[in-house]
Design a protein around this ligand. Structure first.
Ligand code: TPP
Length: 315
């Protein structure tokens, strides 16, 4: 699958606009708090747009970028977050547990490392079905410090399971900086311990992420061996909205904000004359309209009825 730069830009801008709308809804008391993906749009879009349509995705609590890049309807994601019956899980998952079979999104896990423990099982099923599809398993640097990370990668390596492990190293693990929980800076180096390939890419450069992910996905598909791809990035909003980020080093935050992935791509494309300002403006207009339509759709959707309380739940 090839995706051009304007498509990558539009997908990132859609994610940002979605998160901004979401934040406004929360501030107005119309939706509960969510874990936003602002700052990480390049990491999400670059990877997800590199996958084939049959590939399966398991992701974590910071999932808006993954879902939207996969083609999720912003209105149905917003409806899910607002608890409406038109959401992907009929309003029962909120933002933290969305799964969408039609998009190949098997799991969104708010249990840190949950996606890691499930990925080998999903990949084993694909192998037994002799499918060409692979699994993309997206998790954070915090999850990479959990036991399930080690078990998952080791098993996948030993059993030759087709998993593209994607660690979004956004430097934070809730309110704890990664420096407090790990002595190394990069996660990809850990791949060597399992005898698999590890790659770190600039997670704020969507073109670099996309190229690395396409190559890695093709290799996983061909060899049926897992690869660990680390997108080195930063979440520039709080862990959970609302969050005043008072615990964040302001110099570090400012430096990363100056490396905003959307502005970075815009600047590069404009400098190389690969896009014109009016094309960017047209994308902005389209994105605004889609978010306005999404908000109208979600707001007008009904809440599920009480009779739905015990359907489709497994607890
Ligand atoms: C098993 C488990 N332990 C702790 C938590 C509480 N918790 C929620 S998000 C989070 C931080 C996760 O960090 P990371 O994996 O780096 O993802 P990020 O939030 O940075 O994107 C923690 C500790 C949890 N949800 N599940």
């Amino acid at each position: 699958m090839t995706t051009n730069d304007a498509e990558l830009l539009e997908a990132m801008m859609l994610t940002r606009a979605f998160e901004e709308q979401n934040r406004a809804l929360q501030a107005a008391g119309k939706a509960p708090g969510t874990c936003a993906s602002v700052g990480q749009e390049a990491a999400a879009v670059g990877v997800i747009k590199a996958l084939g349509k049959d590939d399966l995705i398991l992701t974590n609590h910071r999932s808006a970028g993954h879902l939207l890049a996969r083609g999720a309807e912003p209105g149905r994601v917003l409806a899910e977050i607002m608890g409406r019956s038109s959401g992907y899980c009929k309003g029962k998952s909120g933002s933290l547990h969305i799964s969408a079979k039609e998009l190949g999104v098997v799991l969104t896990s708010t249990i840190v490392g949950g996606e890691l423990s499930m990925a080998p099982g999903v990949a084993l099923a694909l192998s037994m079905q002799k499918s060409r599809a692979i699994v993309a398993c997206v998790f954070g640097d915090g999850a990479a410090c959990e036991g399930s990370f080690h078990e998952s990668l080791n098993l996948a390596a030993v059993w030759n399971l087709p998993i593209l492990y994607v660690c979004e190293n956004n430097q934070w693990q809730a309110y704890v900086h990664r420096r407090e929980t790990m002595l190394t800076e990069k996660i990809a180096a850990r791949a060597a311990a399992y005898g698999i390939k590890g790659i770190t890419v600039d997670g704020n450069d969507v073109q670099a992420v996309h190229a690395a992910a396409r190559e890695a996905a093709a290799e996983v598909r061909a060899t049926k061996k897992p690869i660990l791809l680390e997108t080195y990035t930063y979440r520039t909003w709080g862990h959970y909205e609302p969050d005043d980020q008072s615990y964040v080093d302001s110099k570090e935050l400012t430096e990363w904000r100056e490396r905003d992935p959307i502005e970075y791509l815009k600047g590069r494309l404009l400098a190389r004359r690969e896009i014109e300002t009016r094309e960017i403006e047209a994308i902005e207009t389209r994105v605004k309209q889609r978010i306005a339509d999404a908000l109208a759709f979600a707001s007008e959707s009904p809440f599920p009825s009480a009779a739905e309380l015990a359907t489709d739940v497994y607890a």
